[in-house]
Design a protein around this ligand. Structure first.
Ligand SMILES: C[S@@+](CC[C@H](N)C(=O)[O-])C[C@H]1O[C@@H](n2cnc3c(N)ncnc32)[C@H](O)[C@@H]1O
Length: 281
């Protein structure tokens, strides 16, 4: 068995691997909770586009957050979703079918780090939270350039980090727990993709940070989203935070405890997502 194969113990009864199922849930929660931001972003790309797109490609589509938002906004467009994970593509296709979009949405399995399959030339290419996953972003951007028509738009979106959900005083432990978690796991400023884009031949049209601070009432999925995000952060914190902070975080993640993230009425959703919109001249 080589390192890329999934061990049977990591699979559920349907054969899907547990890590992918967990990531798919996170992506779907993200799409649900940040729905307003997503539609603002897609509308903005409509304003920047020089004409109504006929064909859109979503690079590293995951469960289809971008693919489906784009297919709904640009009703004349066919959308090709490209992903390395057959399970993600399966989920995406099911959603497209449920939304009556299967006629315009196509899933393509491909590793963006390898030679790409032949794709139809695009008017708009979307890459959200995927560029930081590939081995050679410069190569991927060069291939995106070749797949875009002159005048076409590329939108690269990355999140600064996981959202902030908790108040400074969570009622247990020292104030400022979540700030310390973020400072420990995300000490560096977010990467700026501008230079990568211009090196690949694009003209940078705009860099837009979307500063998100959701107003009440928060979407019902927020508590679960917070729990999933904080659980992920917790898995990287062993030995990196003092014991009292880890104990406070355990109290927040305890489903039944008084401080549980699932029972709180003081959650927020604060985050920044940045989009680089670049055109092929
Ligand atoms: C964090 S998810 C983002 C998914 C989606 N764009 C979104 O915003 O919800 C990253 C996705 O990129 C895919 N991915 C990572 N490396 C890839 C590669 N080399 N080729 C194709 N897809 C890749 C993963 O399978 C995953 O679905």
């Amino acid at each position: 068995m080589n390192s890329t194969e999934t061990r049977p113990s990591d699979q559920d009864h349907s054969g899907a691997d547990v890590a992918t199922i967990a990531m798919a849930e996170l992506l779907d929660l993200d799409a649900e909770v940040l729905r307003t931001y997503l539609s603002e972003l897609v509308d903005w790309l409509g304003e920047l586009s020089d004409r109504e797109p006929d064909h859109i490609t979503d690079l590293g589509s995951g469960t289809g957050t971008g693919t489906l938002a784009l297919a709904r906004r640009f009703t004349r467009a066919d959308v090709t979703a490209v992903d390395l994970s057959p399970q993600m593509l399966h989920l995406l296709r099911s959603k497209a079918t449920a939304l009556g979009l299967s006629g315009r949405v196509r899933g393509v399995w491909a590793d963006l780090d390898q030679d790409w399959p032949r794709l139809r030339t695009s008017d708009l290419i979307w890459a959200a939270a995927s560029l930081h996953h590939v081995t050679d972003p410069g190569r991927v951007l060069a291939a995106a350039f070749d797949n875009l028509r002159p005048g076409g738009l590329l939108a690269v979106t990355e999140m600064d980090f996981f959202p902030r959900f908790l108040p400074d005083d969570i009622g247990v432990g020292r104030h400022g727990l979540e700030a310390r978690v973020h400072a420990t796991l995300n000490p560096d400023p977010p990467h700026d993709w501008s230079e990568h884009l211009t090196r690949a031949g694009f003209v940078l049209e705009a860099t837009r940070p979307f500063v998100i601070d959701l107003p009440a009432p928060l979407p019902p999925a927020t508590a679960r989203y917070a729990q999933v995000c904080l659980t992920r952060l917790r898995s990287a914190l062993d030995g990196r935070l003092p014991a009292d902070d880890l104990a406070a975080l355990a109290a927040v993640l305890d489903h039944n405890g008084a401080h549980s993230v699932l029972r709180r009425d003081d959650l927020t959703v604060r985050t920044t997502r940045t989009t680089w919109a670049a055109r092929r001249p």
